[in-house]
Design a protein around this ligand. Structure first.
Ligand code: FAD
Length: 232
C-alpha cells in the first residue's frame, strides 16, 4: 500500500465522503497487514505462552485483549495452585488444553469477521465460552440443570449476595442452592441460599476464573475434587 500523503489522500477520497484536499496533514501512517498464527504449544516445561505471544490475528472483532486476559487468568490461578498450595504440576498442562482450543475457535472467528463473512455478535462477546470437555471439569449429576460443570458461572443474587461480587478474586467459591452446606477448606468462599432459577439446585464449585469446575447434588466429592488443587 502507498502510505505517502498522496496515497493516503487517494484512499480517503475513494473510501469516504471526504475530498483528497480535506486531508491536510498526515502525521503517521503505516502499512498494516493482518496475520493469523497460532503457537503449536502453549507450554514447554517451564515456559508458557499467553496472549499475542500464543495467538495473533486480525483485530477485526476485538478478540485479542479479551482472549489474552482470559489466558493469563486461566494460567495464573493454576500457577498459584501449584506454587502456593502444592497442587500437582500436571495441572499446568490443562492451561494449554483449555486455552488453545479457545484460541483455535477465536482465530477462525476473527478471520471470518475480517473477511466480512460474520458480524460481531454473541460469539465475539465470548460470554458463552466454557470448558465442559476439559479434563478438570466434573459434572456428577445424572440430570444437570441449566448450569453445568464447565460453564461460565452466571450472575445472580443468592441470600442477598451478588455472585459476581463473590467470585471476584483468586479464590474458589462454593455456590449451594437449596441444599445443605458441605464442609470446605477455609479459603473457599461459600454462598448459599434457597433458590436461583438461572442455576437450578445443587452445589457448584466455581473456579478462580469463574467457570464451574464441579457440579453435584451430594456433598461427597467436593473435598476430593478440591484436593486436586491443593485445597484441604
Ligand atoms: C490495531 C489493533 C486494534 C486492536 N483492537 C482490539 C480490540 O478492540 N479489542 C481487543 O480485545 N483487542 C484488540 N487488539 C488486540 C490487543 O491489543 C492484543 O491482543 C493485546 O494487547 C495482547 O496483549 P499481550 O499482553 O499478549 O501483548 P502486548 O499488549 O503486545 O504486550 C506485550 C508487551 O511486551 C513488551 N515486550 C516485547 N518484547 C519484550 C522484551 N524482549 N522484553 C520486555 N518486554 C517486551 C511489549 O513492549 C509489550 O508491552 C487490537 C490490536 C491491534 C493491533
Amino acid at each position: 500500500m502507498d502510505v505517502s500523503p498522496e496515497g493516503i489522500r487517494k484512499v480517503v477520497a475513494a473510501r469516504s465522503h471526504l475530498a483528497p484536499e480535506d486531508v491536510t496533514e498526515v502525521r503517521w501512517a503505516s502499512d498494516f497487514r493482518p496475520r493469523a498464527a497460532l503457537a503449536d504449544r502453549f507450554r514447554d516445561r517451564r515456559v508458557f505462552l499467553a496472549g499475542d505471544a500464543a495467538h495473533v490475528h486480525s483485530p477485526a472483532g476485538g478478540q485479542g485483549l479479551n482472549t489474552s486476559v482470559q489466558d493469563a487468568y486461566n494460567l495464573g490461578w493454576k500457577l498459584g495452585a501449584v506454587l502456593r498450595d502444592g497442587a500437582g504440576e500436571a495441572l499446568l498442562d490443562t492451561y494449554e488444553e483449555e486455552r488453545r482450543a479457545v484460541a483455535v475457535d477465536m482465530l477462525g472467528l476473527s478471520t471470518s469477521v475480517h473477511r466480512g463473512e460474520v458480524r460481531r455478535g454473541e460469539a465475539t462477546r465470548q460470554l458463552g465460552l466454557g470448558y465442559r470437555g476439559s479434563t478438570l471439569t466434573r459434572e456428577t449429576r445424572d440430570a444437570p440443570g441449566p448450569v453445568r460443570a464447565g460453564d461460565r458461572a452466571p450472575d445472580g443474587t443468592l441470600d442477598g449476595v451478588r455472585l459476581f461480587d463473590a467470585f471476584r478474586g483468586p479464590h474458589w467459591t462454593l455456590v449451594a442452592i437449596g441444599t445443605r452446606l458441605p464442609r470446605v477448606p477455609e479459603s473457599v468462599r461459600v454462598v448459599g441460599g434457597a433458590g436461583l432459577g438461572t442455576y437450578g439446585s445443587g452445589l457448584f464449585l466455581v473456579r478462580p476464573d469463574s467457570y464451574v469446575g464441579w457440579a453435584g447434588d451430594q456433598a461427597a466429592g467436593v473435598m476430593g475434587y478440591l484436593g486436586r488443587f491443593g485445597l484441604r
